[in-house]
Design a protein around this ligand. Structure first.
Ligand code: ADP
Ligand code: ZN
Length: 721
């Protein structure tokens, strides 16, 4: 073969043919450098018959320049990339890019220079150097990464290198990761756990695609069970991928993994330092990295010998990516396992309805762990009707919840208050003129953060200092906070239980692995009496002295009223309830609500998951909603309101007329302005039999839009804003 077709990372012309020069060896999946005009581009050699043809005649073909010294992307990974692009109506190069790291990593191993503080400090320091000294304590990274860490320019750091304050360290990019030892500290499993583990181990040993739904109550030891499957894969010389819904959970996972296997796993997430990223990518591609744990971006990496995929907390909506390629990592993980012909374990105490449905249909093998490990009992759950048991004026915690917290404090036990709202208050207004603080870029209120004295938009990141006077009428001291956020609950607890040691656990306070580690350690050592947290603390943690969970506002999740509101509320409350009573002492959960009669609250109080899911499933079947029917959204946006509206109308006006597809809209999106872009939505509801993606591609492919208009397709959407 001396003509090859490349998948190139070029937004306009993404399929190109080249000539392979004499003496160069390429195969499908090879990563190559090719000329394009005066530039050089990166491309992946692809099977020519699987891409649209490139018409360039033979004699006009230009020659490839270089094959990069990395293993070719495997056929299963190439099929996964194609499947993902096809299913989610995404561009092939955008999906393929997720398999790559920096171009530097593709260029080869070798060494890189990192820098760290040398301990030498001149007598006089500029403020910038002083700041860098402070920020870089204990850090070692490239100049660029250090500059970002310390928020100073690279020039400042280079000056510090010349002055001898930073010293160079040569790091070998291909130094191997330590190997996990499957027999380091194997636990004694309970009978149920052993049965589950045996099933997983057999699947790993025999190989082949085998999807499992590990459905075990909180505290049943799901992690211990899939650790046995990981041990089997390590024994077989294979690699394992463990996906977690958010990086906040990895710290805890790392410690448990290290306790079990003697060394930490290899981490992959978006904020890795560039040297670590290169090292991890290369070790994944060579097969040297044996167990990789990461957020969803770890899913498309080029594992050399993948033997098992685990998705923990598989019900979590954060597996759904809502920008760039809009894919669901839980679903794509199963597809990856299918193409690689390996087992995949979806673990959860509150599986998604979609997953349960697939288990019921016999597609997934369901493995149950109905009891907590070590005889711990499930917590008792009671409902606090806020209309009857009213908190004091201006407060949010009902007297019964406060009394239970007091009792815990006296017994030296811990309480956890859950409220999924960062900051002090979700809305701030002026008592004098009624002015409300709104984000200039989004259809959203600004949230007051008292700890950082800022008003912040949680959608676009816009921030302003909290003003002293109303920006509209200039009256001083007239701003009122409406509703509670976690910071406000913390104030209330400080007033009610002044001697309690309180910790706020949100993405604002636990924003680095160090801070998360410190929080977990102090909770475990009993240095915290009351944890007040957002969804960040609903899962993964195991604090034996935690015996009371208070759900401050169970109605919050039901307000938006989207398809999964009931299910999501059930999952969130059941998960946070699952933090209580995991040790030898029994746990108690109090759910504050104004709608004690709502189906989800009744089900939570009765601990009747099956009945709740059955009712949910029935409602979805009637509505033709997933998993019984299919949904897709089209989101049209532009910085120009009229342009967005016109484009949305043009799409609506050419809607296909089909029996098995209903198209709603276009309508102005609930979040009609987001990050400065005006938004319209169409919702498509299709029968399972419909060729949904083909319909959408044909429909949108026939239209042209002005430059400033973005048209995004969201298959199996989770967000309806
Ligand atoms: P889940 O993920 O199902 O909520 P975990 O895996 O976190 O449960 O287990 C709950 C706690 O019980 C953890 O502290 C775990 O280490 C412990 N545990 C579970 N199974 C065993 C076992 N077989 N031997 C020792 N400890 C166990
Ligand atoms: Zn905003």
């Amino acid at each position: 073969m001396n003509r090859v077709r490349l998948l190139a990372f070029n937004p306009v012309l993404h399929v190109l043919d080249y000539r392979v020069p004499e003496g160069m060896a390429v195969e499908p999946g090879s990563m190559v450098i090719a000329p394009l005009g005066p530039r050089q581009i990166l491309g992946i050699v692809w099977e020519a018959e699987r891409l649209p043809a490139d018409e360039v005649p033979e004699q006009k073909l230009r020659a490839l320049l270089e094959v990069l010294p990395v293993p070719p992307l495997s056929a299963p990974l190439r099929r996964l990339i194609e499947w993902t692009a096809d299913y989610y109506c995404a561009a092939l190069p955008s999906v393929a890019r997720m398999a790559l790291s920096s171009t530097a990593a593709l260029r080869g191993g070798g060494t890189m220079t990192e820098y760290r503080l040398s301990g030498t400090e001149p007598a006089r320091l500029t403020p910038q150097r002083l700041a860098a000294l402070d920020a870089l304590h204990g850090e070692q990274a490239t100049i660029r990464d250090l500059a970002a860490l310390a928020s100073v320019s690279e020039g400042v750091l280079r000056g510090m290198v010349s002055a001898g304050m930073l010293e160079p360290i040569t790091v070998d990019l291909d130094r191997p990761y330590p190997l996990p030892n499957p027999r380091h500290a194997a636990p004694k499993l309970s009978a149920d756990q052993a049965a589950a583990a045996t099933r997983f181990v057999a699947a790993v040993e025999s190989g082949g695609f085998a999807p499992f739904l590990l459905d075990g109550v909180t505290g049943s030891g799901k992690t211990e069970c899939y650790f046995e499957a990981i041990a089997a894969a390590i024994d077989a010389g294979q690699q394992v991928l463990v996906l977690l819904p958010e990086i906040a959970l990895t710290e805890n996972f790392l410690r448990r993994f290290e306790a079990r296997f003697g060394v930490p796993p290899v981490l992959w997430h978006s904020s890795l330092k560039s040297t670590e990223r290169r090292r991890a990518w290369r070790a994944i591609a060579s097969g040297q990295a044996r167990v990789v744990v990461g957020a969803r971006s770890a899913l498309f990496l080029p594992y050399a010998r993948l033997g098992l995929v685990v998705v923990d907390e598989a019900h979590e909506v954060s597996f759904k990516q809502d920008d760039g390629v809009r894919y669901n990592a839980r679903d794509v993980a199963v597809i990856r396992a299918r193409f690689e012909a390996v087992p995949v374990i979806l673990a959860s105490a509150t599986p998604a309805l979609e997953s349960l449905q697939l288990a019921e249909a016999g597609v997934y093998e369901k493995i149950d762990l109905p009891d907590r490990f070590g005889g711990a009992k499930m917590p008792t759950i009671e409902v606090v009707d806020l209309r009857v048991e009213q908190p004091e004026r201006g407060r949010w915690l009902a007297p019964r919840l406060v009394a239970e917290m007091k009792a815990r404090l006296e017994r030296g036990e811990q309480s956890l208050l859950f409220l999924n709202r960062r900051g002090y208050a979700p809305l701030t207004l002026c008592r004098h003129c009624g002015y409300r603080f709104q984000c200039p870029n989004c259809t959203a209120w600004l949230v007051e953060h008292r700890l950082s004295r800022r008003m912040a938009c949680h959608h676009c990141g816009h921030e302003t200092p909290t003003p002293e006077v109303c920006p509209e009428c200039h009256t001083p001291d007239c701003l009122v906070a409406c509703g509670p956020g976690v910071e406000r609950i913390a104030d209330e607890v400080a007033e009610l239980l002044p001697e309690a040691r309180v910790a706020l656990a949100t993405s604002d306070t636990l924003n680095s692995p160090e801070k998360i580690g410190a929080f977990v350690a102090s909770a475990e050592e009993g240095l915290i009496d009351v944890i007040i947290g957002t969804q960040l603390v609903t899962k993964g943690y195991h604090f034996p002295e935690l015996t009371l969970v208070g759900v401050v506002d169970a109605d919050l999740g039901l307000e938006g009223g989207d398809l999964r509101a009931g299910e999501r509320t059930y999952q969130q409350v059941a998960q946070v309830a699952g933090r209580a009573g995991r040790g030898s002492k029994p746990g108690e959960v109090l759910i504050q609500t104004r709608h004690p009669e709502a189906a989800v609250i009744v089900a939570l109080a009765a601990g009747d998951r099956d009945a709740f899911y059955a009712a949910e499933a029935e409602a979805r079947r009637d509505a033709g909603a997933p998993p019984f029917g299919r949904w897709a959204a089209i989101i049209v946006s532009s910085e120009d309101e009229a342009e967005a509206r016109d484009a949305a109308r043009a799409i609506g006006g050419t809607r296909p007329q089909l029996d098995d597809v209903a198209i709603l809209g276009p309508a102005s999106a609930p979040m009609s302005l987001l990050r400065g872009r005006y938004r319209y939505r169409l919702l498509i509801n299709a029968r399972r039999s419909a060729q949904l993606q083909d319909v959408i591609r044909a429909w949108l492919g026939a239209l042209e839009f002005p430059q400033g208009v973005r048209v995004n397709v969201d298959i199996d959407p989770y967000s309806f804003v």
